[in-house]
Design a protein around this ligand. Structure first.
Ligand SMILES: [Zn+2]
Length: 342
């Protein structure tokens, strides 16, 4: 059952039938003292099928931990209203406050359906969790994340069926549909279990953990899956045009400095704003310092961005999400997504 060797290398999935002592008061950095690595905790509730919730697939994103701690603490002297399968993901990266360790794969890119994760221990763990969740006919799958830039709360889905949108609406009326990153937890369940990613804003803020807690508690208390076609307020639906990254061979920074690409340091104020063609993202002498990969895997950067007179500008009207001003996240993940309203 030991899931991490002395070298910090993940060796397998641990499965528990109760929370370890101390879990409800532990911060993300301290979880390594309670858990040996990726751990699935299967807790009984008053009814089934279970709700599946994953937290800390990215080790620096702690609102999911705060959310499940809040919810489970509320049920300490009574049973959970529904069984819960809780996956605690990258315990080692959480210990260091990082999305992932440099030698690790991204825990949210290696779920079944990933293109080239190879046959790694981490990918086998996620496949094992995936099989158990599907086998138990989970009611829904919720993956709790944070953003590194300033964003309002929003859900990401890979499927526009009414049940999936109904679960998303429990979290936020703002819903982004994107099928372009195979190997995410949410993508791996599309068509099998209604699945959403809940993007809970910046980590480390109580209000964001509370928003995640309201979602998990609402899902645990569902009698049946909501159908957004008949319930609740209308959704604000977006479709993702592509993921924007800085070309690997281009140096970049935020603000002034000697890098080939110098982004506006307040770029993340633009998340979920409708941006006009010509909006300046930064300064550069490079012809095209970005790549933008659409759902089909094509680079469409030239279609959405242009350069000239030392500036990098948007060419088309678009709405960005996940814009970050953290250079490490830009390299490990992306600069942003560009979206259009549906
Ligand atoms: Zn994340």
């Amino acid at each position: 059952m030991g899931a991490v060797s002395d070298m910090g290398v993940t060796t397998g999935l641990a499965i528990l039938d109760a929370l370890p002592d101390g879990f409800l008061d532990c911060d993300a950095r301290g979880l390594y003292s309670l858990l040996d690595g990726p751990t699935l905790i299967e807790m009984p509730g008053e009814r089934g099928p279970p709700l599946f919730v994953s937290i800390l697939l990215h080790g620096n994103e702690d609102s999911g931990l705060g959310a499940v701690q809040r919810v489970i603490s509320d049920y300490q002297d009574r049973p959970l209203p529904r069984s819960l399968m809780l996956l605690v993901g990258n315990v080692e990266a959480a210990r260091h406050g990082l999305r992932r360790l440099d030698e690790q794969q991204d825990f949210n890119r290696i779920w079944p359906g990933a293109l080239n994760h190879g046959d790694t221990v981490e990918a086998r763990i996620m496949a094992e969790v995936h099989a158990r969740v599907v086998e138990r006919g989970a009611l829904a799958a919720i993956d709790l994340h944070n953003n590194t830039g300033r964003n309002p709360h929003y859900a990401v889905v890979c499927n526009l069926d009414p049940h999936t949108l109904g679960v998303a609406a429990l979290f936020s009326p703002r819903v982004v549909c994107f099928r372009g990153i195979p190997g995410t937890q949410t993508a791996s369940f599309a068509g099998l279990v209604p699945a959403i990613t809940a993007e809970c804003g910046l980590p480390g803020e109580a209000a964001n953990a509370e928003a995640g807690a309201r979602l998990v508690d609402a899902a645990l208390n569902l009698d049946e899956l909501p159908d957004c076609a008949t319930e609740g307020a209308p959704l604000d639906l977006y479709h993702t045009l592509g993921v924007v990254r800085v070309r690997e061979d281009v140096s970049f920074g935020f603000g002034t400095g000697g890098a080939e690409l110098r982004f506006d340091p307040a770029l993340d104020e633009n998340n979920f704003r409708e941006l006009k063609p010509g909006t300046v993202f930064g300064e550069t002498g490079h012809r095209m310092p970005l790549r933008m990969i659409d759902e089909a895997g094509h680079d469409v950067a030239e279609h959405y961005f242009e350069t000239g007179a030392g500036e990098l500008r948007l060419r088309k009207q678009a709405v960005p999400a996940m814009l970050t001003v953290d250079p490490r996240i830009v390299r490990q993940d992306c600069l942003c997504y560009l979206m259009e309203r549906l």
